[in-house]
Design a protein around this ligand. Sequence first.
Ligand code: AKB
Length: 315
Amino acid sequence: MSYVLVIGAGGQIGTELVLALRKKHGKHQVVAADIKTECPPLLSSGPYVQMDVLNRDAVRNYIIYKEFDEIYLLAALLSATAEKNPDFAWRLNMEGLITILNLAKEGHVKKVFWPSSIAVFGPSTPLDNTPQTTVMEPTTVYGISKLAGERWCEYYHTKFGVDVRSIRYPGLISYKSPPGGGTTDYAVDIFYKAKAGKPFKSFLKEDTMLPMMFMDDAIRATLEIMDAPKKAIRIRSAYNLAGISFTPKQLSEAIQKIIPSFQITYCPDFRQQIADTWPNSIDDSQATHDWNWKHQFDIDAVARIMLKKVNLNNF
Ligand code: AKB
């Protein structure tokens, strides 16, 4: 049983990760931390602490005092929001990581998880079945920060033996907690409109294919990579991770199998330029080889579950 801290616990991944970790380790073993002063209702089952990851001294004092076994650092600005506030995005996405890696180097935490993203790839990357190791020239602030973060993770592992593990998440589809500020958010928003019986205006073109994943798969991947034996983790930057790939049109067709009257229109905005630089699909054979990764949910299962579970009061 581990003592665990999740920073950025109020976000899309954090909320579900805290719930899964509390199920695994016990609710008092998993501390949720977020910038929000009030504990988000879904996290009220266990300990909560208000934390600004940019307040380095406060973060250091708290972690040194508590001596966690595992820290999951999820606080970040996503791709679309980061483009609007590049300086802050760079600071938030980088400084917190360095603070936590230094604490791990000093022996105050045993294992660190930090999320990377498909945003590390860019227009010069092969778009189909993107390999684990390939050209990476991201054009967004978010992508640049994720690529730099991957290099820092590998550096701290190689130089100081820090046990840090990471995944390049694709776009994540979830119903418990909404995404905020990403380019792949349309694939969640669409379900709220469909369930409300309203048409959906997609901010991406109908044929923009992106790698996506149902949140249950993403949480399982996170738990599995953290549970894998140290020597099995041969990549200390971040692992490619694949689920499903689809376009807005294909997702609307999956919804129409359940709600035949559902309508979609396309009105691309600045997020189209971001999406155009990201892969269509991902080769995750290295994750399969090293820690037995395999996704479970296909597009029809995702559509079925999302239409059943999204709560229109959250929109
Ligand atoms: C985003 O769209 O910014 C994120 C991501 C792919 O990392 N969902």
